[in-house]
Ligand binder design. Structure first.
Ligand code: ADE
Length: 245
């Protein structure tokens, strides 16, 4: 088997958390077939003292601990150099980052040979190493996780499914629908009546044009109700070029 052409390296204090959910389902199958590779590297291995210290108290005071720039820089240097020629973007997962979008997922899947993901813990990472290494700070949502590991898994799942050959036709169609900034219409299967609830008649009609029109109207209604921001993007003339959810 040839070496995977897309590689993810995760820098973390908890390498045993990986692959975790990424070892299952679509991403897991793609890992097994060598479509991508994942390595989790322990930041603590790059500590510079015999106590293996990775963090210290924040200058200026305050609660919590901050990851030291020298330790994080050594970890980044080790993995960036090890894979040679084509540099991979460095992403730092943090609630202070720019919100992650489907457009980012497409960019990471198509533009580079992989990613280096830096997972923060404690109160954060010394800002100087983030700047010195040109890391892109990304958040997966407006809530605070205990660390960047789950965020890195979410980001990787969204990217890996977009690598050529990973998705089947059904999943591709779902992804395609997001490029119009509309949420998906609701889905139904057998039985046609369940606990007194009937599937909408039109879906049983066999009338393909009517079904398509119903699905489009439902997608629009749900987007309007739940996500006014996406609805506005859908209605704008630049719709297809906009960042999808
Ligand atoms: N680390 C902690 N919370 C996070 C979030 N919401 N997104 C990315 N990384 C995080």
């Amino acid at each position: 088997m040839t070496a995977p052409s897309w590689r993810a390296t995760v820098l973390t204090l908890f390498p045993e958390m990986f692959p975790g959910p990424l070892g299952h389902s679509l991403a897991g199958r793609a890992l097994e077939t060598g479509r991508w590779a994942l390595e989790a590297v322990n930041i603590r291995d790059f500590a510079q003292d015999r106590h293996r210290t990775v963090d210290d108290t924040p200058f200026g005071g305050g609660a919590g601990m901050v990851l030291r720039p020298d330790v994080v820089d050594a970890a980044i240097g080790a993995v960036a150099d090890a894979h040679g020629a084509s540099p991979r973007p460095l992403v730092c997962l943090t609630p202070r980052g720019r919100p992650f979008s489907q457009a980012d997922a497409r960019r990471f899947a198509t533009e580079g040979s992989g990613l280096i993901l830096l997972c923060g813990r404690y109160e954060g990472i010394d800002q100087r190493v983030i700047e010195a290494r040109g890391a892109e700070e990304i958040s997966i949502g407006d809530y605070v996780l205990s660390g960047g590991e789950l965020a890195a898994m979410v980001l990787l799942d969204a990217v890996v499914r977009l690598l050529p050959g990973v998705m089947g036709a059904a999943e591709s169609a779902t992804e395609e629908s997001f490029s119009t900034n509309l949420l998906e219409y609701p889905h139904y299967t057998r039985p046609a009546e369940w606990q007194g609830r009937r599937v909408p008649d039109v879906l049983l009609s066999g009338h393909h044009a009517a079904i398509a029109a119903w699905r489009q109207a439902e997608a629009e209604r749900i987007t309007r109700e739940r996500r006014p921001d996406l609805w506005a993007a859908h209605r704008s003339p630049h719709c297809v070029a906009q960042a999808a959810p």
